[in-house]
Design a protein around this ligand. Structure first.
Ligand code: PXP
Length: 239
């Protein structure tokens, strides 16, 4: 099966919110993303609503049946929204108000009981993934919470120097092999771009990439369709 790419469209909404208007509309990118044959989209509805708004999710639901991975904090407010919107996948991420972007994986160990209680409230037809750092214990706990899969945080790898990159890649590889062996669907994301993807895609246990900032940024130079294609050419090089 071809390695999947989901395009995160949060930063189309960031541009719109810069003027508090209605343009550009992130949902209008979906027809281009579909044409480029990406597997789906990702939207992160943050508690501070800095980019994606609830209305974006409603509009997506009215117009499309395209694969949606909804990133969200593990809170009852977000679970209620997910139950209404019915994304294909919910990825639970930690959220801090002052952060520029998600800073690390969800610490399942420290939040185990709360997560267990919250997950009882989410609709059974939504697949649950956890955004985690590449740590064996976090993967074990995701499995224990009956997750469909894990998204391995590549943020640290994306910020690494040439000398520390190998160590980070090895951590990711080990984690991906381990989660795959446990039958967890294994994705990766955060900070990925045309430069740092080439090394990562050698890890064949990673079945899906979730990429936003670099694709939307490169759309300024190449257009959205070509920006997606350039990333797909790297992701699918071994397929
Ligand atoms: N995966 C998760 C869980 C994220 O929080 C983000 C950022 O919203 C991404 C992937 C995409 O990261 P980037 O925008 O750096 O490609």
């Amino acid at each position: 099966m071809r390695t999947k790419l989901n395009v995160n469209i949060d930063h189309v909404a960031t541009l719109r919110q810069a003027r508090q208007g209605s343009f550009p509309d992130p949902i209008d990118t979906i027809k281009i993303i579909k044409k480029a044959k990406a597997s789906g989209i990702v939207m992160h509805l943050r508690e501070d609503r800095r980019h994606i708004q609830l209305n974006d999710l409603k509009k997506y639901r009215q117009k499309y049946n395209f694969h949606l991975n909804l990133e969200m904090a593990p809170t009852i407010e977000m679970i209620n929204i997910a139950n209404r919107i019915k994304p294909n996948v919910v990825t639970l991420v930690p959220e801090k108000r002052m952060e520029l972007t998600t800073e690390g994986g969800l610490n399942i160990k420290n939040n185990y009981n709360d997560l267990q209680n919250l997950l009882k409230k989410i609709s059974k037809d939504i697949k649950i993934m956890f955004f985690i750092d590449p740590i064996k214990l976090q993967i074990d706990l995701a499995l224990k919470l009956k997750a469909y899969g894990v998204e391995i945080n590549t943020g640290k790898y994306s910020e690494s120097t040439p000398s520390s990159a190998v160590k980070e890649l090895n951590r990711i590889k080990k984690a991906a092999t381990y989660s795959t062996a446990l039958n967890l669907y294994t994705a990766a994301g955060h900070g990925l771009n045309e430069s740092n993807l080439a090394m990562l895609v050698k890890i064949r246990d990673i079945k899906e990439y979730n990429i936003g900032h670099s694709i939307i940024s490169n759309a300024i130079f190449y257009g959205l369709y070509d920006s997606i294609k350039r990333i797909q050419d790297i992701i699918n090089i071994n397929d």
